[in-house]
Design a protein around this ligand. Structure first.
Ligand code: GLA
Length: 390
């Protein structure tokens, strides 16, 4: 009896060690999602135009792949319980929309909710998990974001596992994106359930919101990633929420920092702006291939804070080739010099390493012992440190 009890405890603990085995999201998923900019104002024409813009802007070439409709595409269920898309806003239906997105070489994502209703009050999936999963597969859905509103007493791990099983039975590879806002510490249990899981409440288009209503700016989200890094890896990612780059609430310096830090954390990169009309400067941030290569590194290591001196921080990400990517982050109100010693990032002091600036796209020379740079207020200097390279 006692033995069985201990065995059960051991097995429970072990389940979180196994990653979801659906073969998907071996690097952090990249794409575009409607919510941050458009909220409930979604339609078939918007989604088609977003797909067109992903291609024409060069974002597809840079790696963005999933076009995801967030909340508000669904209005009701029919007499058989099938989920019904808004006939006014999606007149030709989801299958046709999926076909269009696929014809562009992109993938199609959709949103639902674990509870009885979505956060915007549309029908949720509770009690319809297998029926909905089959419907998504029939439409050609490749990605499901599954929210956590109106779940009353539901258990998160059990509820999300049910949808995982429903998707597995549906017969189509579908990336499973868990969105329970970090409420029940998904980094402890979701590795065997989803391909990615939100670690915080919703991001706001702000550098620092001082938690005035419980929302999160970039730096609040950043702090909440500290200590949960080991849960992330190929196929199962911590998700610090979608990008706000280009939505107007931050400066370009802040957006570059936001993007750099998300890449350093191997975060899913879901653009959340109006990509049909973005400026060249915003496009250049979202398509910085050197930064994206950091995010997409096959090792899948989530970078972490290695040094903190008041408002000045050093973050480091170990890369598959043994190099490090380092972000020098200035959270203060004035420009400041920030230094990283090679010993801060796991190298000996005597090491010589080639340093490259991933925003200036410039080699900065071969340096011994460390590197330092002036960093603007709310900015990041993002560098690659490559041992021994000339
Ligand atoms: C929640 C999620 C958001 C978005 C909205 C939609 O707040 O966290 O990302 O999906 O619901 O209603």
């Amino acid at each position: 009896m006692r033995k069985a009890f201990y065995l059960a405890i051991l097995m429970c603990g072990a389940s979180s060690l196994f990653a979801l085995d659906n073969g998907l999201a071996r690097t952090p998923p990249m794409g575009w999602n409607s919510w941050n900019k458009f909220a409930c104002n979604v339609s078939e024409s918007l989604i088609r135009e977003a797909a067109d813009a992903l291609v024409s802007s060069g974002m597809k070439d840079a790696g963005y792949e999933y076009v995801v409709i967030d909340d508000c595409w669904q209005v009701s269920r029919d007499a058989e319980g099938n989920i019904v898309p808004d006939p006014q806003r999606f007149p030709t239906g989801m299958k046709a929309l999926a076909n269009y997105i696929h014809s562009k070489g992109l993938k199609f994502g959709i949103y639902s909710d674990t509870g009885s209703k979505t956060c915007a009050g549309r029908p949720g999936a509770r009690g319809y998990e297998f029926q909905d999963a089959r419907q998504y597969a029939a439409w050609g859905v490749d990605y499901l974001k599954f929210d956590w509103c109106n779940t009353t007493t539901q258990n998160s791990e059990a509820s999300y596992s049910l949808m995982r099983d429903a998707l597995a039975k549906a017969g189509r590879p579908i990336v499973f994106s868990i969105c329970e806002w970090g409420s029940t510490k998904p980094w402890l249990w979701a590795g065997s359930v989803g391909n990615l899981w939100r670690t915080t409440g919703d991001i706001q288009d702000k550098w620092d919101v001082k938690r005035d209503w419980g929302g999160n700016g970039v730096v609040e989200i950043l702090d909440l990633q500290d200590g949960i890094e080991q849960a992330s890896g190929p196929g199962h990612w911590n998700d610090p929420d979608m990008l706000e780059v280009g939505n107007g609430g931050m400066t370009s310096t802040e957006y570059r920092a936001h993007f750099s830090l998300w890449c350093l954390m191997a975060a899913p990169l879901m653009a959340g702006n109006d990509i049909r009309s973005m400026t060249d400067e915003i496009r250049a941030i979202l398509t910085n291939k050197e930064a994206i290569a950091v995010d997409q590194d096959p090792l899948g290591y989530q970078g972490r804070r290695v040094k903190r001196d008041g408002k000045l921080e050093v973050w480091s990400k170990q890369m598959a080739d043994g190099s490090r990517t380092v972000a020098l982050l200035n959270r203060g109100d004035a420009e400041a010099e920030i230094g990283v010693a090679w010993t801060d990032i796991g190298y000996p002091n005597a090491l010589t390493a080639a340093v490259r600036d991933l925003w200036a796209h410039q080699d900065l020379g071969t340096l011994q012992g460390g590197f330092s740079a002036k960093v603007p207020s709310h900015g990041v200097v993002l560098i690659a440190v490559r041992p021994g390279a000339k």
